[in-house]
Design a protein. Structure first.
Length: 116
């Protein structure tokens, strides 16, 4: 395997990694009655947002936009919206998901980033 050169370009984004927790999987397994239970997976979503000057700014952004992330996470695992929790709050969001903030996004590849 060819080593990755120590050359990179920083991308003008911050990254937010969202990791579902036990309350999320409790809900998911309850709504998927009769199906094989799902456990915490290694697969997590990473959201790129505009670059901000501090983690405090990013936390405020998350508090303002948490429901967009929440809806995307629900949809990734269960697409029938009628089964989604209706009264989603920020408190519920942080109970259901671990949130990791990453301030540096480094691109080690030469090919351009593509949006689909």
């Amino acid at each position: 395997m060819e080593p990755i050169p120590y050359e990179y370009e920083a991308i003008n984004r911050n990254a937010i990694l969202i990791r579902p927790k036990k309350p999320f999987f409790d809900w998911l397994n309850a709504i998927r009655k009769g199906q094989r239970p799902l456990l915490q997976e290694e697969e997590n979503n990473i959201y790129l947002i505009r670059e901000m000057e501090s983690n405090e700014h990013i936390k405020k952004w998350i508090q303002k936009h948490f429901d967009n992330i929440f809806v995307n996470e629900l949809n990734d695992w269960y697409t029938d919206e009628s089964g989604w929790p209706e009264n989603r709050t920020y408190q519920m969001f942080i109970e259901w998901f671990d949130v990791e903030i990453h301030s540096m996004v480094l691109d080690l590849e030469k090919s351009p980033v593509r949006k689909d």
